[in-house]
Ligand binder design. Structure first.
Ligand code: PAF
Length: 282
């Protein structure tokens, strides 16, 4: 596996891979776990070459967020990607991604509003901007993203449609189901921040979400199910809840009574200073 850190060598390396076949892109911010490696494995099923990117994107972190402490472990990540048969790692530094004078921002309205868009203002502008750049830099046949960041996936799909960034593969922008720990907690690089106690208590999140979905399916109102869910999280040691909402799976519009269209339960909550998010089908 080759690692490139500048745009010119990236372009040459991509051109060479493309002479050989299709290219799937797996964008990441590093600190790779089984969720990322699942994306790589899915990518390998669909393309001749997998290109992974590792870039901790400052534009998607708010001023009081965890940019400085976000885990960075390039050597360990390289070994994991190499073992999975990734062809090329694109690992630019901030200067290579946003050279002096960089001035463009991509803002996707609608699906970016609400949920993490409300609790993390500007976050999805940062995501849309960097993913647009990654698509232009790598020009992949398809790109894969985890469904754990469901809203992010919706923002990226909207951005690609609106900016005519057509990815030729039939799967184009593919969402891959969330990978979970044995106790149900969704895998996330941020789980590494949790103390042993908070890590054990964090399993209350998927448990309370499953219970809420079961209650809604059993006839409870969404409002009552959300009240019970929030109480369960606070009782389990979560300190605050940014949101707990049911939304349409595609439009992300909020739903107050269950209907026929696919819907998902979205939760963001904090435990021991760490913000965890998750979403499941209702
Ligand atoms: O999901 C992530 O890791 C990031 O938001 C992404 C898509 C790599 C953009 O920085």
């Amino acid at each position: 596996m080759q690692t490139v850190r500048q745009l010119d060598p990236l372009r040459s390396a991509i051109a060479e891979l493309k002479r050989d076949g299709t290219v799937a892109l797996v964008p990441t911010m590093g600190a790779l776990h089984e969720g990322h490696l699942t994306l790589v494995r899915e990518a390998k099923q669909r393309a001749a070459h997998v290109v992974a990117s590792i870039f901790v994107n400052p534009r998607q972190f708010g001023p009081n967020e965890d940019l400085a402490k976000y885990p960075r472990q390039l050597l360990a990540d390289q070994a994991k990607l190499e073992a999975e048969g990734v062809s090329l790692l694109w690992a630019p530094d901030v200067e290579a991604m946003y050279p002096a004078g960089y001035a463009t921002n991509i803002s996707v309205s609608g699906v970016s509003d609400g949920l993490c868009g409300e609790s993390r203002p500007g976050h999805f502008d940062g995501v849309a901007t960097v993913v647009c750049k990654l698509f232009n830099q790598v020009r992949p046949d398809l790109a894969l993203f985890g469904e754990k960041d469901w809203q992010q996936l919706a923002v990226i799909r909207r951005m690609a449609r609106d900016l005519d960034l057509t990815l030729p593969h039939v799967d184009a922008i593919l969402g891959v189901p969330t990978v979970r720990e044995a106790d149900g907690l969704a895998m996330s690089s941020r789980n590494a921040y949790l103390s042993a106690t908070d890590r054990a208590n964090a399993a209350a999140l998927p448990r309370a979400m499953q219970a809420a979905v079961a209650a809604i399916r059993g006839g409870s109102t969404i409002a009552d199910a959300m009240t019970t869910l929030k109480a369960a999280l606070l009782a389990a040691g979560f300190t605050s809840i940014d949101y707990a909402e049911v939304r349409d799976a595609d439009s992300l519009e909020q739903i107050t009574t269950p209907g026929d269209n696919p819907a998902r339960l979205f939760v963001a909550a904090r435990i021991g200073g760490t913000r965890l998010i998750d979403n499941i089908a209702t």
